[in-house]
Design a protein around this ligand. Structure first.
Ligand SMILES: Cc1cc2nc3c(=O)[nH]c(=O)nc-3n(C[C@H](O)[C@H](O)[C@H](O)COP(=O)(O)OP(=O)(O)OC[C@H]3O[C@@H](n4cnc5c(N)ncnc54)[C@H](O)[C@@H]3O)c2cc1C
Length: 416
């Protein structure tokens, strides 16, 4: 069978790894110019691998498969170097958070780091490329496709027996085109995660960082919204992330070079009902308003005390940002954020401060906008020869879940 896979990211890796020794002819079309700029969200991903049933996507992924895929990535690092931790395995810590109303999330973490991830991906690419049935086509942006009878024709006029779309979130334009033609593919679109990124001195959270590397918590705030921590980066750096027409904030950490701060996202899940049907529009408008206040292509930075009291920040005190100076302005996030979201975040931080004293210190830093979009959840049984895997399918939100989704789809194809 001639199979095309669109995008060379985490989901494609799982898919190809499972099929590489089969007789299928596999063509990969990737929009980036080479392997160094493609894969796993353009290698901006932090390379933090999780093994958990409680996070990573809305997909049932066997724990053993998750562990095998973590090993797969780790085996391709230089000298198997990584940081690791287990969240909330310690019963006393679990109890402390639980008693204050938090839902601690169990997970194992393996941190490869942004710096090593590039080499890991190159090693994977080299292995795939050495197989005669696998053909890479870089600099190939697929803009549309047409399922006709037993084939699928791509926008570059090539036709295949089966096409697997694995374009992640950066491929939303292609997904939009496909669902524009086949709206029946959508099974759910109502959620967006909107919040801030907090940055504070490592010493405030050093015990948690040491114990579990990443502390994942959920909390039902007094507003009724669920609030959660996401993407904790001990010794990490805050960065901006560019979308087509706005800029958000994000964080990562490296394996070797460390800062003196920890940063993590605090996200509020907004799930609205009929007639609302545009969560991406809702999140984008708030992001654009925040950028407008900050000056184009910048984010807002505020001290926690000023965020709480809705005053513009003019000076910093003991905590200094790791985000580059020309990427932010000191301002007031409350001019852009709905009150219910700001209140949910403040309620979360004040409660967290009772378990981790110092989290609510006046001079800790708050950045906005921090937004995580959920892709539309797509049906995979509508076409027998056009499938969606990884983040673009709405089923995954992490490297291991996306890789597993690809692997599981390939297993189905092998079974016939
Ligand atoms: C800044 C950042 C940090 C992250 N950190 C982590 C982390 O530490 N741990 C974790 O588990 N997850 C992390 N994630 C999430 C993780 O990267 C994704 O969940 C995962 O990469 C999804 O895999 P995917 O294959 O679906 O998409 P991706 O890995 O994004 O791959 C999609 C590929 O498709 C290509 N593409 C897009 N459109 C087209 C097109 N039209 N034609 C051809 N090619 C196209 C892209 O160039 C890309 O190479 C992070 C994400 C971001 C943005």
């Amino acid at each position: 069978m001639r199979i095309a896979i669109i995008g060379f990211g985490a989901a494609a890796i799982g898919f190809i790894e499972c099929l590489k020794d089969s007789k299928h002819e596999i063509h990969i079309f990737e929009k980036s110019k080479d392997v160094y700029s493609s894969s796993i969200s353009g290698i901006r991903a932090d390379g933090k691998l999780f093994v958990s049933k409680e996070m990573g996507g809305n997909l049932d992924v066997d724990i053993q498969l998750q562990k095998d895929l973590v090993d797969y990535y780790i085996e391709r690092t230089e000298n198997r170097k990584y940081e690791s931790g287990t969240s909330f395995a310690n019963k006393d810590i679990f109890k402390k958070f639980f008693a204050k109303g938090f839902q601690p999330i169990h997970s194992d973490f393996y941190h490869i780091g942004t710096d090593q991830l590039k080499q890991v991906l190159y090693n994977i690419y080299e292995d795939f490329n050495s197989h005669g049935n696998i053909h890479f086509h870089f600099n190939e942006t697929i803009t549309d496709m047409e399922p006709i009878a037993n084939t699928v024709i791509l926008s570059n006029r090539e036709s295949f027996d089966t096409v697997v779309v694995a374009v992640g979130r950066s491929g939303q334009k292609l997904i939009k085109t496909i669902i524009g033609k086949f709206p029946e593919l959508i099974s759910d679109n109502s959620k967006v995660d909107l919040g801030v990124r907090m940055e504070l001195p490592d010493l405030i959270v050093e015990e948690l960082n040491r114990e579990m590397y990443e502390f994942k918590l959920k909390y039902k705030s007094k507003t009724g919204y669920m609030v959660r921590t996401f993407c904790n980066n001990p010794g990490g750096y805050v960065v901006t992330e560019n979308y087509d027409d706005f800029v958000t904030v994000n964080g990562h950490s490296k394996l070797k070079e460390k800062s003196k701060n920890t940063n993590f996202a605090i996200l509020t899940t907004v799930q609205l009902t009929h007639p609302f049907n545009d969560p991406i529009g809702f999140g984008s408008h708030i992001a654009k308003l925040t950028n407008l206040l900050a000056g184009k292509n910048k984010v807002i930075l505020q001290t926690y005390n000023n965020f709480k009291s809705s005053k513009r920040t003019k000076h910093l005190y003991r905590v200094f940002p790791t985000l580059e100076k020309d990427s932010y302005i000191l301002g007031d996030i409350n001019l852009a954020y709905p009150r219910r979201i700001a209140e949910s975040i403040i309620d979360f931080i004040e409660n967290l401060n009772e378990v981790v004293p110092g989290v609510a210190n006046d001079d800790n830093l708050i950045y906005a906008p921090e937004i995580k979009f959920y892709s539309n959840r797509l049906h995979n049984d509508h076409f027998y020869n056009l499938k969606f895997i990884g983040d673009c399918s709405g089923a995954t939100r992490s490297i291991i879940y996306a890789t597993a989704h690809g692997w599981m789809m390939a297993e189905k194809i092998l079974k016939g």
